[in-house]
Design a protein around this ligand. Structure first.
Ligand code: 5AD
Ligand code: SF4
Length: 476
């Protein structure tokens, strides 16, 4: 393949700009792409969040619709796509390791196509790096042009030349895109794309563009079809679901969408992620009044110190978070709460970190995802001095994790000897003789039983409560 690249670099600076109205269009396939994948296979490796998982299902759906078949691994696949995450340096390093490892496959079969997609593709530095050091990569496409995949592949098959197509700004919302969902009983449903919050540490508002909501009728229609197809659970996806509808100015909000979605009658509805900012009463009421909205809320804290929160541009103080948390606990006493916390943000003093620990002591989360701050080039925080030494960051993370584990264990003990409802995912990862699935509170349960079927909701008696999972026996 010819490695003389010609492309426009994506620009994080351009991606900052929130440009005009977004048109809604239907997916359209060029005639000359219809049989592109006949006799060929693909493999998609997915990193990162649920938005990426869902994007991979779209890529799979598009490839299936043009004749490709899925392959179990990289080996033997004609098209390999790595759907990347840019949220922390560790995630990026992993991807470079994978691209490196693919060099051998490419040498053995130069006809395979190696593609890089997702959030890393939206960064200028990734394109520069791949262009300079990774000739084995044939295609780079971003988060805004997934639906161009057939055209891009067609182009490569004809031109035999490396192709890089990444848009800094989003073009349109494409509906009726083919999708191959990876599970048959629970489904991701995008309700909005992008993020306008601009937390100073976060790359996402640059890699996924401005907040764009799907029309409520399109979201509800998708949920109805899923219910008819036998799906038991939908998870509504957005970087910040609370902001759903704001951009549309059609007079409806996330609370309205929750109500309408609940009315469809699918067994389980979940959603991620909620920002503590603009969390309105309508939403809380919908959560309180609809039993098929699962009693589980992920409410990212990030820091328990008001000054650090201000420097993170989180738009709430520690007191405001606490106030919201108390209100939610009072209104939704049966809910499980989880959170995200970053340690070692620039200027985080011992006292500021202690504030985070105090907050955890107060909130006693069911679980938390905890991270060491990772500067992301192009974000405002990357310009702040990264002045907490790594050894201190690591020690803080360890202390925090000990606390999180303590409260996770405490929360799980409540389930000991209780009978819980579990939506069965399949064979347990830990024990080939057991099954696993999740309770309404999003607790992982490993259990034994006879004639257990994936996708059914079964009753399980909890025999042992561990910090991050429950063990049990099916009772019917
Ligand atoms: N460094 C460390 N953690 C980060 N997160 C987002 N950006 C960064 C970063 N630069 C964490 C936040 C967010 C979660 C998805 O990832 O806690 O909620
Ligand atoms: Fe990673 Fe964020 Fe992109 Fe999801 S949106 S893949 S978490 S960078």
């Amino acid at each position: 393949m010819n490695n003389k690249d010609s492309f426009d670099l994506p620009s994080l600076n351009e991606a900052r700009k929130r440009i005009g109205d977004i048109p809604y269009v239907d997916f359209n396939l060029d005639d000359d792409c219809r049989n592109l994948g006949k006799g060929k296979t693909y493999f998609i490796k997915t990193h990162g969040c649920q938005a990426n998982q869902r994007d991979s299902e779209t890529m799979a759906g598009i490839l299936d619709s043009i004749g490709f078949r899925a392959n179990d691994s990289e080996k033997g696949a004609d098209v390999i796509i790595i759907n990347t995450c840019a949220v922390r340096q560790g995630a990026e390093d992993k991807v470079y390791g994978e691209i490196g490892a693919l060099k051998r496959l490419k040498r053995e079969n130069p006809d395979i196509i190696i593609a890089i997609a997702g959030c890393m593709a939206q960064e200028e530095k990734t394109i520069r790096e791949i262009s300079a050091k990774y000739p084995q990569v044939d295609l780079v496409f971003g988060t805004h042009n997934i639906t161009n995949l057939p055209k891009l592949l067609n182009n490569i098959y004809h031109e035999r030349k490396r192709l890089i197509e990444v848009f800094s700004n989003m073009g349109e919302i494409v509906e009726n895109v083919p999708v191959t969902r990876f599970a048959k009983h629970k489904a991701w449903v995008n309700i909005m794309y992008g993020c306008d919050k601009f937390c100073t540490y976060c790359i996402v508002p640059y890699t996924r563009g401005k907040e764009r909501s799907r029309l409520m009728e399109d979201v509800l229609a998708e949920i109805k079809v899923l219910k008819e197809e036998g799906y038991k659970e939908v998870c509504l996806l957005g970087q910040n679901v609370n902001a759903y509808g704001n951009d549309l100015k059609l007079g409806y909000s996330f609370g309205d969408l929750l109500e309408e979605a609940a009315r469809i009658g699918i067994e389980r509805i979940r959603f991620v992620t909620s920002h503590p900012w603009n969390f309105d009463d309508r939403m809380i009421e919908a959560m309180r009044d609809n039993p098929n909205i699962m009693p589980y809320l992920h409410l990212p804290l990030q820091s328990g110190n008001t000054e650090i929160l201000r420097r993170m541009n989180r738009r709430y103080s520690a007191e405001e978070y606490l106030e919201l948390f108390k209100k939610l606990k009072e209104t939704l006493p049966h809910y499980a709460f989880t959170t995200d916390i970053i340690v070692g943000f620039p200027n985080e003093s011992d006292e500021a970190f202690e504030d985070t620990l105090k907050m955890v002591d107060y909130c006693q989360y069911d679980n938390a995802y905890t991270f060491i701050y990772s500067p992301r080039e192009g974000t405002p925080a990357a310009k702040m001095e990264d002045n907490v030494p790594m050894a201190v960051k690591e020690e803080r993370l360890q202390r925090l994790n000990e606390k999180i584990t303590f409260y996770a264990n405490k929360a799980n003990q409540k389930f000991k000897d209780q009978i819980v409802e579990v939506l069965v995912d399949g064979i347990s990862k830990r024990n080939g003789q057991a099954y696993s699935g999740y309770t309404p509170e999003n607790k992982l349960v490993n259990f034994t039983g006879n004639d257990v079927k994936v996708g059914e909701i079964v009753k399980v008696r909890i025999t042992e409560a561990k910090s991050f999972s429950l063990d049990g026996v099916m009772v019917e």
